[in-house]
Design a protein around this ligand. Structure first.
Ligand SMILES: Cc1cc2nc3c(=O)[nH]c(=O)nc-3n(C[C@H](O)[C@H](O)[C@H](O)COP(=O)(O)OP(=O)(O)OC[C@H]3O[C@@H](n4cnc5c(N)ncnc54)[C@H](O)[C@@H]3O)c2cc1C
Length: 368
């Protein structure tokens, strides 16, 4: 059986953000200082035309640090490292393995791991991303839940010979976009490229086809695109995928729950995926503990608390894709409803204070 799971934490990756409610969750986890220590320190972003002329400036310190470029912006790998370091003493991490089979009954979940181990758990939570295998195993095939938004997005690390000086750059034109993000290591930058595509069915392992598609689709696009593409063959971390959302009626079935992109991806174009995952994790843990670990009650309260927050961020994700891929200039937005939408998407749900709730059964399951 295939087993290509990484054998440790993956460093680097895209820059992700914590705004509003997610910032509060980071604070309540007691990790604000650690997270701030690994922030990318991006000063802001310039929207540029095909010749690099600045059309608009977005500062990271605008909107209370919760704007287009968030004040708390970290590489996904750095955020994983902070969370891992904080929990490794209490949590048993298993790298390089995956769930091969799962069956549940009223009292627990039996799991067979691909490497052959068998375990029984009270609950299983799938936080295995957009293409979640656990979701397919328990809830149904991916086609039922993954909504392609009509756009393909690629990113990879390039040498920063572009003079970014701490500032991101974005160039959008007629449905395509190219951007550069500065990194804490000033000799490197992240390139992000996107183009419209009504369908997407390239295998995620077929990197050569993905790179060919990217070259074809971005040919002739202005600004620094040709120079960025010169680094494609040497990219250490090439990624290309459809821009998609996950839409599900329920994020739990019996004793199995879903969290993060696996349950409710709002797409990279929402700029909120890591925030949704952090806030979701806080509410899921809190509501399960508050329900005395009764799965139905805990999962249901978590879903109720998260629904509107997810809906608002998914709407922003779809609007952003629509804005980028539409050949027509976007109509003037209704500012009042847009402001209300952003408030729901950033402010997020009420975050109960779960202090005092008995929150751990580690004493009953020292090996889980
Ligand atoms: C190009 C790009 C740009 C983005 N930009 C932003 C941004 O600016 N701001 C933002 O907030 N978010 C952004 N996101 C989204 C953000 O990365 C995700 O929403 C967030 O990482 C979701 O976290 P997660 O833990 O749910 O899933 P993931 O981060 O996808 O993590 C899933 C984990 O599960 C593991 N896994 C997968 N399958 C299995 C399996 N079968 N068994 C065991 N483990 C498995 C994977 O190795 C991975 O470690 C972007 C995403 C991309 C791709």
């Amino acid at each position: 059986m295939r087993n290509d799971r990484p054998s440790g934490l993956r460093p680097g990756g895209q820059a992700v953000d914590a705004r509003g409610a997610a910032k509060e969750v980071v604070r309540r986890m007691g990790l604000e200082e650690q997270v701030r220590a690994v922030c990318t320190r991006t000063a802001g972003a310039y929207a540029v035309d095909a010749d690099g002329k600045v059309l608009e400036t977005f500062r990271a310190d605008a909107d209370g640090g919760d704007g287009y470029i968030a004040e708390i912006e970290v590489l996904r790998g750095d955020l994983s490292r902070v969370l891992y370091d904080d929990t490794r003493g209490d949590v048993a991490y298993v790298f390089g393995d995956r769930i091969a089979e799962l069956t549940q009954d009223a009292d627990g979940v039996d799991v067979t791991l691909a490497r052959g181990g068998r375990r029984r758990f009270d609950l299983v939570i799938g936080a295995d991303g957009l293409h979640s295998e656990l979701r397919s195993m328990v809830f149904g095939p991916r086609e039922r839940f993954v909504r392609h938004l009509g756009m393909v997005l690629a990113f990879f690390t390039v040498p920063d010979g572009f003079g970014l000086d701490g500032w991101a750059r974005d160039h959008n034109d007629a449905g395509r976009s190219a951007g550069l993000r500065p990194l804490p290591d000033p000799t490197r930058a992240i390139a992000m490229l996107s183009f419209p595509s009504s369908a997407f069915n390239i295998d995620h392992r077929d990197i050569e086809t993905q790179k060919r598609l990217l070259r074809e689709q971005m040919a002739g696009f202005g600004w620094e695109t040709a120079r960025i593409l010169e680094h494609l063959d040497d990219a250490p971390d090439f990624y290309l995928d459809q821009v998609a959302q996950v839409v599900m009626d329920h994020w739990h079935l019996g004793r199995v729950g879903l969290l993060g992109d696996a349950a409710f991806s709002a797409s990279p174009m929402s700029g909120a995926g890591s925030g949704l995952a952090l806030v979701g994790a806080y509410l899921l843990a809190g509501e399960l503990a508050a329900a005395g670990w009764a799965p139905e009650a805990g999962f249901t309260r978590y879903e109720e608390r998260m629904r509107d927050y997810v809906a608002a961020n998914q709407e922003i994700g779809r609007m952003h894709v629509q804005m980028l891929t539409s050949a027509e200039p976007a109509p003037e937005p209704d500012m009042e409803s847009l402001t209300a939408l952003i408030e729901r998407a950033v402010g997020g749900p009420e975050l109960p204070d779960y202090d005092g709730v008995a929150d751990s059964r580690l004493d009953r399951h020292p090996d889980s």
